[in-house]
Design a protein around this ligand. Structure first.
Ligand SMILES: O=C(O)CCC(=O)C(=O)O
Length: 287
């Protein structure tokens, strides 16, 4: 028992986030955490992503490319089918990072999502905030996004409007690429996203150069998007894991993505379920 406690303390210290990171996340809705994912996890991600590109899991939703060049592979809920990703989402330090950033005693895995933009894939991801797409309500909700490729201006960095998570705005979901089959339900409580690209100088837009191993942590209501990968030879394999903190609950409100809904839950239920498992609890987990 004593040995276990000592081990627990050492590991906790290894993964304690600097309080400055937490303040930046709370203030701006996004923070870059440098060098957080070790090579072992990067290899696991690499293998699973290549496997998913070759043989996609059931929620595959390739986006049509804008000029026929490149390739944009999208998928989600992949952890449910690949042990390596399940381990990354549930047993890596990620849930503990989420707990610290969200100041929560319990963390549920909500889902994971892949966005692979091959070289010369000009598609942007339109400006949006995430939570209107999701059948969940409550404040402590976060994505931890990483890329297996170095990211800079030309190969599709994520962009964020700093502090927009506090605007109190929920924007009507729209598809990320033309040609998608089913439109999102309209929710009268959501509003149309403004034309940010035509007025970029009016917004505090921030983006980050990244290296493999870095993590971008962003709040579910921060407005964000990503630019196209216009490079001729650099890939951009982005992978996001979404986590929820204390008291987040299931919602059947209109507008959310059908593939993220959970038949086990009813409106107002806490999320604990097979699809959204508890992955970290204060005083119970090693990290
Ligand atoms: O990876 C991207 O290009 C977009 C990711 C995104 O919008 C998200 O993870 O919410």
């Amino acid at each position: 028992m004593a040995v276990h406690l000592v081990l627990k303390k050492v590991m906790n210290n290894d993964f304690i986030l600097n309080s400055e990171y937490i303040s930046i996340f709370e203030k701006n809705g996004v923070v870059l955490l440098k060098n957080m994912i070790n090579k072992k996890w990067q290899r696991i991600l690499n293998d699973a992503i290549e496997e998913d590109i070759k043989k996609p899991g059931p929620f595959f939703h390739s986006y049509k490319t804008e000029d026929g060049k490149g390739n944009f592979h999208g998928n989600m809920r992949i952890w449910e089918h690949y042990q390596g990703l399940k381990d990354y989402c549930t047993k890596s330090p990620l849930p503990y990072f989420a707990a610290q950033l969200l100041n929560s005693n319990k963390i549920n895995l909500f889902y994971d999502q892949l966005f692979v933009k091959e070289p010369e894939t000009k598609n942007c991801i339109r400006w949006h905030n995430d939570q209107p797409y999701w059948p969940i309500r409550g404040w402590p909700v976060i994505s931890l996004w990483t890329s297996l490729d170095p990211i800079s201006k030309n190969n599709g960095p994520m962009e964020f409007i700093s502090k927009s998570h506090k605007w109190g705005k929920w924007y009507q979901p729209e598809h990320f690429a033309p040609g998608a089959s089913k439109a999102y339900e309209q929710n009268p409580e959501f509003e149309k996203i403004p034309d940010i690209d035509s007025n970029r100088d009016k917004y505090d837009i921030i983006s980050f150069d990244m290296n493999p191993g870095d993590l971008l942590a962003f709040h579910a209501l921060v407005v964000h998007g990503s630019t196209g990968n216009i490079s001729k030879n650099r890939r951009r394999r982005g992978y996001a894991v979404r986590y929820t903190g204390d008291d987040v609950f299931y919602s059947t409100d209109k507008g959310s993505h059908l593939d993220l809904r959970n038949p086990e839950l009813e409106n107002g239920n806490l999320l604990d379920s097979k699809q959204y498992p508890v992955v970290w609890e204060k005083d119970k987990n090693v990290y």
